[in-house]
Every structure is written in structure tokens, then in C-alpha cells.
Design a protein around this ligand. Structure first.
Ligand code: KG4
Ligand code: ZN
Length: 340
């Protein structure tokens, strides 16, 4: 029997994503983004994002269906991001998914966006092993997940207590006068800087933090340390070595993320690590993770960047996994949950 055809809808932030997945095979991944509008304001404006989703939803569904050359009636299930994310944008995706589910008389699966960032790797690298670690890092989340079964058994070992990794980059970008989002700009500058020039703090790595926060992250102290360092030099009339500041800051973030993740792999006896989320584009994180995983004998899986940023494919992939695992569908009055 053919694997079920799942349509996935993602609207948790600024990307309207619609994808079709059959089993672990991606048929089409259509996406519309309102990032250009947000860049003008220097951050995501939920109201602007909601309106953009509303306008993009039906054309993006039509695009996905057209490109995959399937009829809507062939869809076996509809998956949608139920959370976490912005309430307005989530509600628009959920409303579209519920309408499709009712109209097609097919089951609805509300899925978790952060878990979906790890699950999308299955479309690229094949099924995940029975036990894997997942580090999901973006502008909105920094979470470490123990994946026993991607469809039914995922535990969050830790997450950020304040800023997400990408968010910290964007804030440091702002203080260095870089355009929004600052993450990719810092990455570019960092490649020409000395990562050992300045020793910035590594949040929650002190011995006293190990009992409660061994796998949690904190980047706001680091961001403040960078701000103070830059301020002090500026006040003294010195030129800011932006490449070295960027490289040293990025080094601190990559160091903490990889050290804690690999420690979690050792502690839980796991030898596969998936990294997902838009921040996984970061060069220093990629290099450090590759080096440290190789040393630790951990198989590192990072999907291509277009699957790491928010997209419909990740939601369809998790919907497909959940459906195939025999999990009961969501009820049609499933609420969206911004802090899921
Ligand atoms: O997953 P994503 O596209 O959107 C969400 O936040 O959900 O992630 C975007 C975040 C932004 O904060 C952006 O600045 C950061 O990831 N980012 C980077 C890089 N590329 C994207 N940060 C550092 N280095 C990069 N190369
Ligand atoms: Zn995301």
C-alpha cells in the first residue's frame, strides 16, 4: 500500500509554508515569507505577519498542489503547527488546516514546531535511529531534545532561559549597527576575525549551574558583556575591532551550544545528533559541531539550510511520522499554544 499523502502547513512566525510529503519523501515545499516587511521595522511585527499569512495562505496551498501535480482530494491527512509561535499567525494556519480537514473529510494533526525542526531531517537523511539528540536553534528557540521516538516520545532536556541563539545574534547585530536580522552579518564578519581575541562569558556553564541547568542555555548575559565591552572602547575613543568582537561572540555561543549538547549525548548514551532551526546556518556552530562530534564518535546530521529555516516540509514530515505511528488525530477544536 502507498504511504499516506500528508499536507503540512506552517505559520508560526513570518513564513507561510505548505508542503506535501508521502512517507518520508518530500513532493513539494512551497513558502512565502514576509521577512522583507519585518526588516523595515527591525523585528517581527505579529500583526504584519498575521496579515501576510492571510494573504499568502490560499496562493501557497494552490502553488504546492499545482507543483506536486496532485489533486487536493488525494491528501490523506492535514498537519499544522499548533505551537509554539505567535498566536495570530498560528491561528491563521490552524484555521486553514481545520477548514481543509473538514472540507476533505481527512484527519487533522496539530504538531509541535520545535520537534518538527528535528523531524525534517528524516526527509533528507532517512529515518532517525531509535534514540537521537536534537539541538534546535533559531531566532525563536534554543532547545535540546532527547528523541526516543520522533512521533511519540520526545523530552526537552533544556532550553534557553532568556534569548534564543539567533535572537542574541540579532541583538548584538543591532548594537554593532548591522542590518536586521544581524545573525548572517555577524557570521560574515566573524569569518575574518580572531575567535580567541576576547574571552566572553559562557552562560550557565559554572559548576553551580550543573545541578539545575546542565542543559539550559542563557545568552542575555553574553549579549550584555559584548555591549559593555563595545561601550567601554567607544567611550575611550578606541576603534572597535568588529571582526574580532563578532568572532569572539560567535565562538562563545557555539562553544556553549556544542559543549552542552555533546555532554547530553554522553550522559544519555546517544550517538546521533540532529541540528535544526535557522541558526544552524551559523559557520562557527557548524564547524565546532562537526569537529567535536567527530572527536566524540557522534554521527552529526544537519539538513540543508532551506529545511532548517521555517517551512511546511518539517510540519508535513512530523504529521506523516505521527500518522504512521498510529497516533490519534487532533480534535477539530484543538487550540493553538504559543508556548507549547
Ligand atoms: O529559523 P529561522 O529562519 O527563523 C526563526 O527564528 O524561527 O531563524 C532565523 C534566525 C535569526 O535570528 C537569524 O539572525 C539567525 O537565525 N541566523 C543566523 C545565521 N543565519 C540565520 N545567525 C548566525 N549566523 C548565521 N549564519
Ligand atoms: Zn522555527
Amino acid at each position: 500500500m502507498a504511504e499516506p499523502l500528508v499536507l503540512g502547513i506552517e505559520t508560526s512566525c513570518d513564513e507561510t509554508g505548505v508542503a506535501l510529503v508521502r512517507g518520508n519523501e518530500l513532493l513539494v515545499d512551497a513558502v512565502a515569507s514576509s521577512m522583507e516587511e519585518h526588516a523595515r521595522y527591525g523585528g517581527i511585527i505579529p500583526e504584519v505577519a498575521s496579515r501576510a499569512h492571510l494573504e499568502a495562505m490560499i496562493p501557497t496551498i494552490q502553488k504546492a498542489i499545482g507543483e506536486a501535480d496532485v489533486d487536493l482530494s488525494e491528501v490523506d491527512a492535514v498537519a499544522v503547527t499548533a505551537g509554539p509561535g505567535l498566536v495570530g499567525p498560528l491561528t491563521i494556519g490552524a484555521s486553514a488546516a481545520k477548514a481543509l480537514s473538514i472540507g476533505l473529510n481527512k484527519p487533522l494533526y496539530g504538531v509541535n514546531h520545535v520537534i518538527a525542526h528535528a523531524c525534517v531531517d528524516q526527509l533528507v537523511d532517512g529515518p532517525l535511529p531509535e534514540r537521537a539528540m536534537a539541538l534546535v536553534v533559531s531566532g525563536g528557540h534554543s532547545s535540546l531534545l532527547m528523541v526516543n521516538d520522533i512521533a511519540t516520545d520526545v523530552t526537552e532536556l533544556g532550553s534557553t532561559l532568556d534569548d534564543a541563539a539567533g535572537e542574541a545574534f540579532d541583538k548584538v547585530g543591532r548594537l554593532l549597527g548591522l542590518p536586521y536580522p544581524g545573525g548572517p552579518h555577524i557570521d560574515r564578519l566573524a569569518r575574518e576575525g580572531d575567535p580567541t581575541a576576547i574571552r566572553f562569558p559562557r552562560g550557565l556553564t559554572a559548576a553551580k549551574d550543573q545541578a539545575k541547568h546542565a542543559y539550559d542555555f542563557s545568552f542575555s548575559g553574553l549579549k550584555t558583556a559584548v555591549a559593555r565591552w563595545v561601550e567601554a572602547r567607544t567611550d575611550a575613543g578606541q576603534v572597535i575591532p568588529v571582526h574580532d568582537v563578532a568572532a569572539s561572540f560567535a565562538e562563545a555561543v557555539a562553544d556553549v551550544l556544542t559543549a552542552k549538547t555533546i555532554a547530553a549525548c554522553h550522559k544519555h548514551g546517544v550517538d546521533t545528533l540532529v541540528i535544526g532551526g535557522g541558526f544552524s546556518a551559523n559557520s562557527q556552530l557548524r564547524e565546532m559541531a562537526a569537529k567535536r562530534c567527530a572527536e566524540a564518535g557522534i554521527d552529526l546530521r544537519i539538513p540543508p539550510i532551506r529545511y532548517c529555516t521555517d517551512n511546511g516540509a518539517m510540519i508535513a514530515a512530523l504529521g506523516s511520522a505521527v500518522l504512521r505511528a498510529g497516533v490519534a488525530p487532533s480534535s477539530l477544536d484543538i487550540p493553538v499554544d504559543s508556548s507549547m
